[in-house]
Design a protein. Structure first.
Length: 341
């Protein structure tokens, strides 16, 4: 499949903004013990800014587009390394005196990418069947997972004890932007209608329903739109896909583009998988030093956010190092028979 600049741009933008956003709103705070905190609890007036930080719908949208003419599976080789690393890391934390509760706090954000990447792997695995469905039924294929999301939320709200049912949306909610990406490749969606309709629906659900304004997970908050995904996040995702389609149409189908966007696009899966691990490693390496402003201190205000920005280059450096270490070795080339080294 020919490489397209607009897909590289959308994937690179969604992953970069998503990673930076997660680093900005997540903190391993050192108090009597280590626990996960968020500046959004101290600064609730900043919550609408999460609409700019939540870019996973674009990630699934661009991935669906990229799969529309290819049945190749995503690169999964980094997943076993990730799981093995954290299995060993959990044992190391336990030996060094961290309680089970603290280890659970550490693992929570680090494992969170799996909630999105597992549905991503499932959707890419069945992409050939989804592609055929979109070819036959067009954008209306999206209605199946969309109705599923709405029904699950309806049952959850009228029957509070069925909160576990929300995790059905872990697949159906992300299937919506993925299918929209497949339909975009075939020219079967209208970006203006998606942007306007999805945005108005998301605003209406938040204003009239019992949905959180935040589009990212906030530790300690009574309601989350992300874990599990809700109809509000689904509507917001449709609006974001509409905006991405409009931006992509402006870029056109040029094959050439920036080298950096191509590199980030190719590394999108491992970048998102490992990004919270990088933050956890930095926090654990400095935990004996006590609270460090902007890193492991309790988020209390705008000054903390400013200091956290100064830690971003450190987080990025550690993340790049993790990707280099986790990269599987290249297969050795076989020499023709009769040749000796």
């Amino acid at each position: 499949m020919q490489r397209e600049q607009r897909i590289d741009v959308l994937l690179a933008t969604s992953v970069t903004v998503g990673v930076l956003g997660q680093w900005l709103v997540t903190s391993y705070a050192v108090m009597d013990d280590l626990h996960v905190a968020s500046p959004l609890m101290a600064l609730p007036e900043w919550t609408p800014a999460t609409w700019l930080l939540q870019t996973l719908p674009v990630f699934f949208f661009a991935s669906g587009y990229a799969q529309s003419e290819s049945s190749s599976a995503p690169r999964l080789r980094t997943m076993p390394t990730f799981l093995l690393a954290w299995t060993a890391g959990t044992a190391v934390l336990s030996v060094n005196g961290f309680s089970l509760a603290t280890i659970g706090e550490i693992l929570g954000p680090a494992m969170q990418p799996l909630w999105f990447l597992v549905p991503y792997l499932l959707l890419t695995a069945i992409a050939p069947w989804l592609r055929r469905a979109v070819l036959r039924y067009g954008w209306t294929t999206v209605l199946v997972p969309a109705v599923c999301v709405a029904l699950v939320d309806f049952v959850r709200f009228i029957w509070p004890s069925s909160g576990w049912l929300g995790y059905v949306n872990a697949v159906s909610a992300w299937a919506v932007p993925f299918l929209l990406g497949l339909a975009w490749r075939q020219g079967r969606i209208n970006g203006v209608w998606l942007l306007g309709g999805g945005g108005m629906l998301a605003a209406a659900l938040i204003a009239l329903g019992d949905y959180s304004i935040s589009m990212v997970d906030v530790p300690g908050a009574p309601m989350s739109n992300v874990a599990p995904p809700t109809a509000a996040l689904h509507a917001f995702g449709c609006a974001q896909c509409g905006l991405a389609a409009l931006a992509g149409d402006r870029l056109g189908r040029r094959a050439t583009g920036s080298r950096i966007t191509a590199v980030i696009s190719d590394a999108a899966f491992p970048l998102y998988l490992w990004h919270q691990t990088a933050l956890a490693l930095i926090s654990l390496a400095t935990v004996r030093l006590g609270p460090i402003s902007g890193l492991t201190s309790q988020p209390t205000g705008a000054a903390w956010l400013t200091l956290r920005l100064a830690w971003m280059p450190v987080c990025a450096t550690v993340l790049i190092g993790l990707l280099v270490l986790a990269r599987p070795p290249k297969p050795r080339r076989r020499l023709p028979r009769g040749r000796r080294l």
